[in-house]
Structures are given as C-alpha cells and as structure tokens.
Design a protein around this ligand. Structure first.
Ligand code: HEC
Length: 246
C-alpha cells in the first residue's frame, strides 16, 4: 500500500500536526454558547421538539411541547376505587368485599407495603410510634391495637373496606395515599393492618368470603354489584403484581 511508503520524517510529522490542528482549531469559536463548527450536526441536533421548550405548532401563550393529558385521562392499568370521599361512602366501604384471599405470601406482601408506606407514622407494630411522630413531632395517629377511630368505634374493629377507604382518601391529619399505592396494594395493606390490630384472618368483617371455594366465589360474583366485581378485578391484578414482585 502506498501509505506505507510515506517516511516518518520530522517535516512530515510537523505537517501532520498542523493539518490536525487546523481541523481542530476551526471548530473553536469565541462565543461560549456556540458549539463551534459541527461536522455532522444531524448526529447531535435532533429535529424533534424538546419536551419543555416552545413548540411552534401550538403557538399562543402556552406553546410548550409537553401537553397536559386530556381531562379524565387515567393511567394504563389504573384501578379506580368505586366509592367517593363522603362519610356516607365511608359507611358503604364497610360492606366492600376484600378481593384478596388470605395467603402467607399476600400477608408478607401487605407487610412489606405497610412498612414502606405507613410505618413511619403508625409504627412498625401499629402503636403510633413511627419516627415521623417520635422525632418529627407529627400528631400521633390512634394505635391500631388500643386506639379509637376518630369516626367512633375501636381501631381494631375497622373492616378492611374502611381501612382501604382511609388509605385512599386520607382522614383529617392523614393525607390521601391513592396516588402512591395501587388499589390492590391497599387491600393487601389493609389485610396486614388487621393482623397488627390483633385479628386472626377471617375473624374480621368483610373477609369471611375468602373461605369459599373458587367455584362458589364465581357464582356469588355473578350476582354481585359493580362495586364488588371491580374489587374482584383488582384481585386478578393483585396476583399479577405478586408475580412481578417475586
Ligand atoms: C404522615 C403520617 C401518616 C401516614 C404515612 C399514614 N397515616 Fe394513617 N393516620 C395518621 C394520622 C395522624 C391519623 C389520625 C387522623 C386523625 O384522626 O386526625 C391516621 C389515621 C389512620 C386510620 C384511622 C382512621 C379513622 O377512621 O380514625 C387508619 C385506618 C390509617 N391511618 C391507616 C393508614 C395506613 C394503612 C397507612 C399506610 C398506607 C397510613 N395510615 C399512613 C397518619 C399517617
């Protein structure tokens, strides 16, 4: 090959350095905001619009590329809670059937979610001694074991539907957690909260159906209201979640 015949003399080296420098130097510009000479602009200048920059297509006052979703848009796989925030709906929540059948695995899952989402206030054992309370000075919630619910009755008598309603919408000093915790996870947490309040599973209102065989459950579900059938959808999703988890 011809290139092999070029001798490595000092003149050749100097020419090579100058040639290289001339290429490198031409890309330097005094403007600090300039990228200088761009050899292949398509490689680093995408013609697509940047998310938070102006977009001529929309024009006007709000011309940002990132648009708000259409009103009423819900995320894919979103499970909506069938009841509203009102006290009447809270009472109805009492009769919601838990879509979750008891299993050791589900209880462990609920415990994990509880530890991550609730224990910093309610305490690991539900005694209202989480760090946010003991160190942060946040008003202590009532103990799950011996406290009284602000709505009357004992905390350890709360049904899983009532607990899920509270997690969904919050209550007084406790904020709503619906945006952080999926509906099926809320049911799993409720199961664990009831365990913390000293209930054996099956002893608590709303859970007794779980002793039925799948065939019996199916025939019941056929006659049930929308509220309960959407809860059973959540159960299917829950199983999906668990598979992903493990
Ligand atoms: C920021 C602290 C905080 C977090 C996090 C929190 N809670 Fe609470 N929770 C409270 C407080 C405070 C109350 C008492 C509300 C009141 O009466 O003002 C309460 C009350 C409750 C009640 C009783 C409501 C009633 O009827 O009186 C339940 C049940 C409950 N929380 C469950 C949960 C669960 C389950 C989680 C986790 C998903 C959770 N909380 C996360 C602070 C918290």
């Amino acid at each position: 090959m011809k290139i092999n015949k070029i001798k490595v003399t000092s003149t050749n080296v100097i020419i090579a350095i100058l040639a290289f420098a001339s290429v490198v130097m031409t890309s330097c510009k005094s403007d600090p905001n300039s990228a200088g000479f761009e050899f292949m602009p398509d490689m680093y200048r995408s013609p697509s619009y940047e998310t938070y920059l102006e977009n001529a297509v929309y024009g006007g006052k709000d011309s940002m590329s990132a648009r708000l979703p259409v009103a009423g848009t819900i995320p894919r796989g979103f499970e909506s809670f069938p009841l509203g925030v009102s006290e009447e709906d809270y009472k109805l929540a009492d009769s919601l059937k838990s879509p979750i059948a008891y299993s050791e695995e589900m209880m462990t899952y609920g415990e994990d979610r509880y530890t991550k989402m609730c224990s910093h206030c309610h305490g690991e054992n539900g005694d209202a001694d989480g760090l946010v309370v003991t160190n942060g000075g946040f008003p202590p919630p009532p103990s799950y074991i011996s406290g009284r619910s602000g709505r009357g009755g004992m905390m350890n008598e709360l049904s899983s539907g009532e607990i899920v309603h509270t997690i969904t919408y919050g209550y007084k000093n406790m904020g709503p957690h619906a945006s952080q915790i999926s509906l099926s996870d809320r049911w799993a947490i409720a199961m664990y909260v009831q365990k913390l309040s000293g209930k054996e599973f099956g002893e608590v209102k709303g859970e007794d159906e779980s002793t039925e065989t799948p065939a019996e459950q199916e025939s019941i579900e056929e006659n049930e209201t929308i509220v309960e059938s959407s809860a059973s959808e959540a159960s299917v999703k829950m199983e999906g979640n668990l598979e992903n988890e493990h």
